[in-house]
Each structure stands twice: as C-alpha cells, then as structure tokens.
Design a protein around this ligand. Structure first.
Ligand SMILES: [Zn+2]
Length: 382
C-alpha cells in the first residue's frame, strides 16, 4: 500500500506539469513560492507518466471526497466552477441566527470567506426585510472543494450554494431531521409551478438574492423562471441573473462571482443584459417538452457520479490543495474500499422528491401535439 501511495504522490506531482492549462497560469506557477507544486525545478521533474500509469489515475472526486478538513493555505478559489478546487475554506456554522445547514453527513458546508459573508447577509436581510423565516442551506463545497462523488458538476471552488425553497422551521432541527427531511417540490407537473406551493415570499427571496452585486448567477427550474418573469413587473434588471437550469425545483442555486483578488478563479461569461424571459425561456420549455416525451428523470439516490475528472485535468495547484497539511488521500482500488467520507456522502438521502413525470397517455398526447416541431438539444449557455 505504501509503495502504491508513493507512486501515486509522484504521479500527482507529474500530472501537475502535464495539465495543459491556459498560459497565464503557467506564468503564475513559475513565479509561485518555493514549496508549491508549481515551483518544481524542471531538472528535478520525474519523467512523464506512461499511458498505463495515467489510466490508473483515480477519479478526482474520490480523492477530494476523502478530505475531511480544509487545506491549511490562504483562502482562494482556484479554477472554474465545474473544474477547480478550494484552498483555505471556511465552514458555515451549522446553526446561524437565520439559517440551518442540512445533510450534515455530506460535510459540504464549506466555502470561501466571500460566500460565507454573502450567506450571512442574505439570511439576515431575507428575514428582516422580506419576512422569510430563515434559510435551509444545502450543499456548498467540500472542505477542499473539487469534484463530488454525488450530485453537482459545479460547486467545486467554494462559491456555489444550494438553498432550499422550504422555509426554515421555528426550532433547531435534530441531526436526524437534517438527514431525513425532504424539501418540497414547487412543481405540479413538468412545466408548471404549483400555485399552492409558490408564494409571493418565494419571489421576494429570489429577488433579494439577486440584489447583491457579488451574486453572479442564480439557477432555478424554467417553470420557476417563468413565474418570476410574470411577477417581476417593471423592475426587471435582476431577472437576467436568474437562469433556468434542470432540477432546481425544490432548491435554488446561488453562484457568487470570483473574488477580485483570486486571480486563479475563472469567471463566467458576463450576462448579456437580457432578462431571459423571451426567446431563451421558450427554448427551455421546448427542452422540457422533449425531456417529458422521453420520460427523462434523474438518477436514483446514491448513484456515484461518473466523473472523468482526474487530478491531471484540474488546475495544477489543486494537487497542492489536495495534499496540503500532509493529507494523503486513500487510493481506492475498487468500489468496496472507498474512503469512509465518500461512503457517507454516497449513503445520504436526496434532498428533494424526483421531478414530476407525465403518465403514458399524457406523453402520447404531448408527442401528437408537437409532431413536426423540431425539438432542441439539451443545455444551452448556462
Ligand atoms: Zn445547485
């Protein structure tokens, strides 16, 4: 085992040099202080790994999923939202004056100081100014960020947070309740928000989240976006930040912009200024229709996320983040010996009900009504 580990740590270092990251990164790595992986002298570099060695490289989500504490480094978001890691993460306290953290077994209440500042302010404002009783906070990032074994493809750099659309109860939830309580779906069918579930307070809550300059994007189900478009009235500038995305019907997802000082954080494309209520939303409804006809659902609970991300595909510095403070991730040989924290995350319950599906008759009717209409591919610009 220790031989295997030594070989792997060596591989980690080599892989850093193989990663073909944008050139500005390489310049920065060359200027990095000694001791970081980026400062390795070329002469002391081990030879490049063979194809066989690379083929054995474990998925990065199993390595990052094994870390139970943050990298003891200065706080920094590194890479992009769906391909990166997090140095010097801070944990959101599981109980705040206006929030509670859910699914504690996942250990995903970590973020940049900027994300924590935002959450504390937002939770407090939503309660004081809008009357929202408090936030139930879902997944943020793992202690060292990186890809996850279940759920999200993003949430990797400590700037994303899922917030339930269920208001916080007026008491401290027990650890068991935080594992088992389910968020409430806002949909009555695949295309429509249930008017008995969605309230004016929900609209205020999303609008409040969008009001902060550091908030870059908010993801909600297309049906929720339609309701927001309908209810926004004349004040529509904030709607541009609220983007439709799959599966966000019992929670919404807030993405904070790259902190200006984190030069290794890759920002998203700037927004266009469009409120997104016209053509783009129609396009999303066409995609929903296509998915409903196909009977598409979401993967069952606890199914590991098949991720092709390995250390060599992440920014070079993520190798340093993973092993900082002497952490040696256990190397999984097969599904039976996954590290304990990874198994815990795999065993945790989904946070909400599966998306509503149409029955066979409704699907046939929908198919008949849309015959001849071209149906779009999934996933436009996020
Ligand atoms: Zn999300």
């Amino acid at each position: 085992m220790s031989k295997r580990l030594t070989a792997y740590v060596l591989l980690l270092l080599v892989c850093g040099s193989v990663a073909a990251e944008p050139t500005h990164k390489q310049t920065k790595a060359a200027a990095a202080p000694s001791g970081s992986a980026g400062a390795k002298n070329e002469k002391t570099m081990p030879k490049e790994p063979t194809a066989k060695e690379l083929a054995k490289e474990p998925p990065a989500n199993e390595l990052f999923g094994a870390a139970t504490g943050p990298a003891p480094l200065a706080a920094r978001a590194i890479g992009s939202y769906a391909k990166g890691c997090l140095a010097g993460a801070v944990a959101l306290p599981i109980n705040g004056p206006d929030w509670q953290v859910m699914r504690l077994s996942r250990n995903r209440n970590w973020g940049t100081p900027q994300l924590l500042d935002f959450l504390e302010k937002f939770a407090s404002d939503a309660r004081a100014l809008d009357g929202w009783p408090g936030l139930l906070v879902g997944d943020m990032s793992q202690p060292r960020g990186g890809p996850m074994i279940t759920g999200h493809s993003s949430h990797q750099i400590g700037l994303d947070v899922d917030i339930w659309l269920t208001p916080m109860p007026d008491r401290i939830l027990t650890p068991e309740e935080r594992e088992n309580m389910m968020a409430v779906s806002m949909l009555k069918d695949p295309f429509t928000v249930d008017p008995d579930k969605w309230t004016p307070l929900h609209t205020k809550l999303i609008k409040r989240a969008a009001s902060y300059p550091e908030v870059d994007r908010i993801f909600v189900h297309p049906a929720i976006k339609r309701v927001l478009c309908d209810q926004a009235g004349n004040d529509r500038a904030w709607l541009g930040k609220v983007r439709p995305w799959w599966n966000h019907y019992y929670h919404f997802h807030v993405r904070v912009a790259c902190p200006p000082e984190d030069s290794d954080c890759e920002p998203q494309k700037p927004l266009t200024g469009d409120d997104g209520c016209g053509q783009e939303l129609s396009y999303w409804f066409a995609m929903l229709k296509k998915a409903a006809i196909a009977g598409a659902g979401q993967p069952a609970t606890g199914v590991p996320r098949k991720s092709s991300l390995t250390m060599s595909k992440l920014p070079q510095e993520c190798g340093t983040v993973l092993t900082a403070g002497g952490f040696k991730p256990p190397i999984p040989v097969n599904a039976d010996n996954l590290p304990q924290p990874v198994l815990k995350a795999l065993g945790s319950k989904e946070t909400g009900p599966p998306p509503p599906k149409l029955d066979a008759a409704a699907r046939r009717a929908l198919l008949a009504s849309s015959s001849g209409m071209p149906l779009p591919e999934r996933n436009p610009r996020r």
